[in-house]
Design a protein around this ligand. Structure first.
Ligand SMILES: [Zn+2]
Ligand SMILES: [Zn+2]
Length: 249
């Protein structure tokens, strides 16, 4: 039996929040301007200015002059397709990083919305085929315990709801607690990630989308892809931002 005052608490908190929302303007975290629309965190102008608006190569992230999935260079040996809402360096990188390090989740929802729009547009153009399920890149259990949440899972859940796709949850596990990839060369990143993941069960899908917050060299997602390759499961990657790093090949 829940005491009455405990039942009241969430209602009181909600009332307090609505009160403050009326008093405080909903401001964009990027430009500081008041947001009139229903969304929070980022205004429409900043989303347009920072998110991809033109075609880019889904392999390497280079801008393309025409709608295609890969540039000529990537076509020779097509890498995994990476669909991102924006470039990490276009202005929102710091806010995306503060999502996992400072639990500042204000850009999460508007960026999932932007990514959803991009996924739908690319599927309509035929550049990608929608997957049958979504899989979040897992954290090592120790890291999950210390951080309290997996940012990739939050993004994956938001996409699953918006696109009405199932989340194949908790089936990819991280076996190795790897040091942070930042500052490492491409080769060191690959060594770091070698056999870092495993599958708990046989994947029942033929097409999946792997979800992470940021994709840089693709070392993590390529390593997870190796788990699905023997069963010829098609893997594409969805992320909030891609951090192009041509020097880290
Ligand atoms: Zn703004
Ligand atoms: Zn390319």
């Amino acid at each position: 039996m829940v005491p009455n005052n405990m039942k009241l608490l969430p209602k009181l908190l909600q009332a307090k929040l609505s009160y403050w929302r009326l008093l405080l303007p909903n401001r964009c975290i990027c430009c500081g301007l008041k947001i009139e629309e229903a969304q929070t965190g980022l205004c429409g102008t900043c989303i347009t200015a920072t998110c991809y608006q033109t075609p880019i190569c889904l392999g390497c992230g280079k801008p393309l002059d025409f709608i295609a999935d890969y540039c000529g260079h990537c076509l020779a040996k097509p890498p995994l397709k990476v669909v991102a809402a924006c470039s990490y360096h276009a202005g929102l990188g710091g806010h995306i990083a503060s999502m996992k390090y400072q639990q500042q989740l204000v850009v999460l929802s508007p960026l999932i919305d932007a990514l959803t729009l991009r996924i739908k547009a690319l599927a309509k153009q035929g550049a990608i085929t929608l997957p049958q399920a979504i899989v979040a890149v897992p954290l090592h259990p120790k890291k999950l315990a210390s951080r309290g949440f997996n940012q990739a899972w939050l993004i994956a859940e938001g996409l699953a709801l918006r696109l009405n796709l199932p989340l194949w949850d908790n089936q990819v596990v991280r076996l190795k607690q790897t040091p942070a990839q930042a500052g490492l060369s491409g080769k060191q990143r690959r060594q770091n990630m070698h056999k870092a993941f495993a599958l708990r069960s046989v994947c029942p899908y033929q097409r999946i989308a792997l979800v992470d917050d940021v994709v840089t060299t693709g070392t993590t997602t390529n390593e997870i892809n190796k788990l699905f390759e023997p069963d010829y499961i098609d893997v594409q990657v969805w992320c909030l931002a891609r951090a192009e790093a041509p020097s880290l090949k």
